[in-house]
Design a protein around this ligand. Structure first.
Ligand SMILES: [Zn+2]
Length: 324
């Protein structure tokens, strides 16, 4: 992860109150007339699609396997091991590796974004992303980033299992394991962080990919057993609404958007370039976020149920995006 805009929080006390009122109004309007998932259309067809499937126990096993490598900061042997682990999972998939060096004040480090491409029948791309590095400043501790880095990377591995080997009916889906998200300094330092996505956003702007991206969905810190996905004020409002609709369809909306804040994370360079983007992040990891970026970020704090909730909501959002 990233940083939340704390200076914003006091101001937000008012906004949160307002948005809760608005949500209450919207919810009561929704239940009195049409199902919430259909509020975007004035005359919606019935939507009886079954909920998406997601193997949460298998995803949890991937988390175990990733944290078993130990700390995975850029430039380390363990980092190479997790790269190879992700690549081994993607045999038979069209994979692009975006490799380059970065030069923070701490030295020169190799960085690699891994992009798995699942082609669709429709023109346009939906990107689902997670960083896979752990904090360089914590490299000599037992910090393993079970929630921060491993949970979301494992989620993407399981989503890859759920995407069929044949062409997708709808937009192409690109799964992105991006690198060097974590700040080289703690607390967070904007110039020395988000290296992978900043490089990729520039590249995709140059080669024309960027304008084909219909949505950029970021997963980060989504494994906490006490799951509370934030309403991120930096994210694109209509995409946040769509995610909430997906969660509501699946009956898991109580885990979403109880709190509003502006988050700086891997979606930032895409938002800045006008790509519709959303960050699924739980910024309340332990009381007052006490496990975050500490050696307490361990697998015992996580739950397969949380991986299932976020995994299915992501897949349902994908389906709703293809209906737009
Ligand atoms: Zn982090």
């Amino acid at each position: 992860m990233k940083v939340r805009k704390l200076f914003f929080l006091i101001f937000l006390l008012t906004l949160v109150a307002c948005s809760k009122d608005n949500n209450a109004t919207a919810a009561s309007a929704g239940t009195s007339s049409v199902p919430a998932a259909n509020t975007e259309s004035s005359n919606p067809p019935p939507d009886n699609s079954p909920p998406p499937t997601f193997n949460a126990n298998r995803a949890m096993q991937y988390v175990r396997e990733i944290v078993a490598f130990g700390p995975r900061p850029i430039g380390s042997e363990n980092h190479k091991k997790v790269e190879n682990y992700i690549l081994a999972h993607l045999k038979g998939v069209d994979v692009e590796q975006d490799s380059f060096d970065v030069h923070p004040s701490e030295g020169t480090f190799p960085v690699r974004n891994i992009i798995a491409k699942f082609p669709g029948t429709r023109d346009g791309i939906i990107v689902i992303a997670s960083h896979y590095d752990t904090n360089w400043p914590l490299r000599n501790t037992s910090y393993i980033g079970a929630n921060d880095g491993a949970s979301s990377s494992a989620l993407l591995l399981e989503i890859a299992n759920q995407l069929p080997g044949k062409k997708l009916q709808g937009y192409s889906v690109w799964l992105l394991w991006d690198d060097a998200e974590e700040s080289m300094k703690l607390p967070w330092d904007d110039p020395e962080s988000l290296y992978g996505v900043r490089h990729l956003a520039d590249k995709w702007q140059s080669d024309g990919i960027l304008k084909k991206i219909k949505a950029f969905i970021l997963e980060d810190m989504i494994g906490d057993a006490d799951l509370n996905i934030e309403h991120d004020l930096s994210s694109t409002p209509w995409l946040e609404d769509l995610i909430f609709n997906a969660a509501t369809r699946l009956g898991v909306q109580s885990h979403f958007f109880a709190r509003s804040m502006a988050v700086t994370d891997d979606h930032q360079p895409f938002i800045q370039r006008g790509v519709p983007s959303a960050d699924l992040i739980d910024f309340d990891y332990g009381y007052n976020d006490v496990f975050h970026h500490t050696t307490d970020d361990t697998i015992d704090k996580l739950s397969p149920k949380s991986l299932e909730i976020v995994g299915t909501v992501t897949l349902e959002t994908l389906r709703l995006l293809n209906q737009r």
